[in-house]
Design a binder for this molecule. Sequence first.
Ligand code: PAF
Length: 277
Amino acid sequence: MEVTITIAEMKALRREIPGSVGFVPTMGYLHQGHLALVKQARADNSTVVASIFVNPTQFGPGEDFDTYPRDTERDLALLEKENADIVFIPSNEEMYPEGFSSLVEVEKVTERLEGSHRPGHFRGVTTVVAKLFNIVEPTRSYFGQKDAQQATVIKKMVTDLNMNLEITVVPTVRESDGLAMSSRNIYLNPEERQAATVLFKALSLARQLQERGKIDAEYLRQKMTSLIGKEPLAKIDYVSIADAQTLEELTEIDRPALASLAVRIGKTRLIDNMVLE
Ligand code: PAF
């Protein structure tokens, strides 16, 4: 496995790769969710590239950029075990040199849900992902369903800007009690970790109700809200039943829908979602 920290070297390595390239962009502190992306990339492509870069431009003021967990040595060991071929680990200065002044912005679908609670977040994500795509030139790139809105936004960017790659979305990997794997789970103390199962419980309730024929979206939002309300450590940012494509809130579930939510457990903000077919 090759490890590179400069854009010039990454591009030089890329020029030598003959077949398909599967690319997994990450912010490190890898868990089974990331490794599922690497496994899928490994299965679909002859070469697998992963990146590790905690991207400052997607964190808002007061968010956890400084404390975001980092453990590059452990990440490299995990990637080696999954047979990744190249790992790109640029510095902030390499990605955003003095005078950097270009941004990539997807409109509309970024205005809801995470976008309305984290202004500028998706502009940071699309800018860094567009840069990484230009550097790595992947055939395919892999994103987790857990960040469903991020995957939707990136697909839109790729379509709108005619980028020459495929986006694959890989199912969420969960702990045995349903908690979606996330690098931020490390922030939870044991009591909070227990409380965090309320996200999966609320989404499972939405799915059960919908499977039993409840199509009133507001009814589902209320039931989810009241279940989360019973957990004293949980504070809701949003609970949504939205069109799975546009992410616009639904009145009736008359098309594929996405149940999603953001909940603060103590100081940790967690997100999760489930598709309602
Ligand atoms: O999902 C993430 O870890 C990040 O948003 C990404 C896609 C690596 C961009 O920084």
